[in-house]
Design a binder for this molecule. Structure first.
Ligand SMILES: [Zn+2]
Length: 216
């Protein structure tokens, strides 16, 4: 595991052009223009913000976990990580990070994975995939189920063991920690503020996040 490098932002929240709290279990969707800065704040700590990214001009060109991992030669995301699309464009660069580590291997929770991972009677529980479907349907503009592919789990701690297993662990984040990205191109961002009640990544207690945008 590489050492955590925490980098704070010089931006003032009072100068943001957009601020929105996203409640636990809710979603958020919006465009961040090239040159703008986008921040997600873990307001109460130990939350997981499951996030999808798309080239805002062509949703078929979307965030690729595989390409992002390959290009940086590492599995955890933090300051300096460039978020690549499947076709090799850079959507955003992480420019500040007070949490230190984010997952892009674990995927988003779904009713199906809740049943397999936890229990059959967890099927009815709300999951990130439901939120992604709801938010993308509301956004429209041709986004649909097949466009929901690999995501980033901001603030989520999914260490890989020496044996190569993924484990979901207690969060490494804390109240007020944030991750900040500069948009390198016009980017559509879709967030599911994870409603998960069955794993320790959010201490079994989903909480709100805040989304902020600063102008160029
Ligand atoms: Zn989830």
């Amino acid at each position: 595991m590489s050492a955590k490098v925490l980098v704070e932002s010089g931006l003032d929240a009072a100068r943001a052009i957009y601020r929105q709290t996203v409640l636990a279990g809710d979603g958020w969707c919006g465009e961040v223009q090239a040159g703008q800065t986008f921040r997600i704040v873990d307001l109460h700590g130990n939350q997981a913000a499951d996030t999808l990214f798309y080239n805002a001009r062509d949703y078929a060109d979307r965030y690729s976990a595989q390409r992002t991992i390959r290009e940086q030669g590492g599995i955890y995301l933090t300051t300096g990580t460039r978020l690549y699309t499947e076709r090799g464009s850079v959507l955003m660069t992480i420019v500040a990070d007070t949490c230190g580590r984010h997952d892009t291997l674990g995927g988003a929770c779904a009713m199906e994975s809740n049943m397999v991972r936890y229990a059959l009677d967890k099927r009815h529980m709300h999951a990130c995939r439901n939120t992604f479907l709801k938010v993308t349907r509301e956004w429209g503009r041709g986004l649909e189920k097949r466009d929901i592919t690999s995501n980033i789990n901001f603030f989520m701690n999914v260490p890989v063991t020496p044996e190569g297993k993924l484990t979901f662990e207690d969060g490494v984040s804390d109240a007020g920690k944030y991750v900040e990205m500069k948009a390198e191109m016009d980017t559509l961002v879709v967030i599911s503020n994870c409603p998960q009640l069955n794993n320790p990544c959010n201490a079994y207690n989903p909480t709100p996040i805040e989304v902020l945008i600063w102008g160029r």
